[in-house]
Design a protein around this ligand. Sequence first.
Ligand SMILES: C[S@@+](CC[C@H](N)C(=O)[O-])C[C@H]1O[C@@H](n2cnc3c(N)ncnc32)[C@H](O)[C@@H]1O
Length: 489
Amino acid sequence: MSYHAQRSVVASNTMPILATTKIPKLTPAKKQSAPQVDALGLKSLPSHTPYGLDRCQIDTPDKIVKGFWKLIKRHRRHLGSVIDLGAGDGRFAIGAKYDEYQGYEIDPERGRRTNLPPNAKLIHKCAFEVEREDFSVCVGNPPYVRHHDIDGAWREELTRRIKKDLGFTLNRLANLFVYFICLAILKTKSDGLIAMLVPYEWVSRPSAKALRDFISSKKWDVHVYRFKDEIFKGVLTTASISIIDKAGTSGAWKFYDIDSDFNVEPKRKMSGSNQAVLNYLRRPEKVWALRGLSPGSQEIFVLTEDERTRFHLKKTKDVRPCVTSLRGVPKTLQRLTPAAFKKHYIDKGNRCWLIRSNARLSISKELRKYLKKIPASKHDNYTCNNRRPWYAFKQHPSPKVLYASGFTSFGPKIVSNDIHAIAVGSVHGIHSDRKQNAQKIVSKLRNVNFERQVVAHAGSLKKVEVGQMNSTLHALFPIAKKKEIPKRP
Ligand SMILES: C[S@@+](CC[C@H](N)C(=O)[O-])C[C@H]1O[C@@H](n2cnc3c(N)ncnc32)[C@H](O)[C@@H]1O
């Protein structure tokens, strides 16, 4: 990968220190002849760029751009020089008065708005190659790309540069838009304003913690406007306009709800309720949550009853019961008994049998036959390509309790796992030492109002992350302190 030299700064509240560093260079994605389309309707990643551009070209509706500028007026009267990182067709150049606008767009094939004002320039160049660091305002709707869809070497280089220029290490799991917020910090002057349309999740995700800590250490003011409505059709994240005011000195983080007409409603906490967002905790000692197994492809590894019988796979030898979703079970169900499993999974034709294709197990003739029938194209994915043989995944222990990480109101569906099923995908498991009774865990967790303590994931959909479930479990099942035996005099 080629890199080019660039001046960069060690960010400071007062004076940027100039340094010469190299920033990884991006090349625009070449158009693919027959792009694949995934479940979200997005085109597949071109293999020759650090991330697929097709994936991140979701434009901002004009109405939102208009409201965006109205909102910015609350924070800056005079805009001065504006930089737009990932400018698309330059639509953010319209609707505001500024001294100059420079929009950077990497893809030269993107169209350009015909009505750009004379003091606006749309430049087809990678935003990471911009040399100026004195912009008064940085705006943008930066690309949203998950960490595993970003080229590892490119990301490492960028992480190293951020460490050098800003002094903190960005979590490798951070989404690409987080790198763009870092870039915005670097490209604006010491009293500049950053206003970006980014997923709301950055205010609580552990992967953006280092960035949040850095911003807090600078005592900059942060205002996060969370959209109540879906503004990007079909995109499964809650959008926000996040404003970082480098001229601020309070270090306060303020949260607001906003609708698509830009009516603003202040909120006391980032959760949107009067309760704080749940902390993230690593596995506690007594009772802990574990992410659902990702075998590689549920289509291959998790079978319906019909498929199981068609391939003559035996229940204990070849497959184990598993739960990939709790969507079909009533919220009142507290125990996943054999009868409930039959009713809600087996009889309904849901995928509920996890094949036992662990390399260390002896695989039956029937299971081998089934695996042989899977075309190579079906298991051509990151997980399967990175193990030998492609189907040998590590077995997970069966948890005492199962819960769906996603939910819409109050809390997730939680059931005791009476059938010793394996938790798969977005269904996670709760494990514990021998003493804890599954029903006790279920009833305690069912009383917790998670809705008030997590941030919205997408529209009304909320999600409890494993670390957040762990902090809840740690609070519900504290470790009893050993009684001190008084020493004899
Ligand atoms: C989510 S779109 C937003 C486009 C436009 N600003 C809007 O809001 O409608 C992000 C844009 O960033 C561009 N982009 C991605 N990586 C870039 C980079 N490194 N430098 C400049 N532009 C980039 C994409 O091509 C895409 O047009």
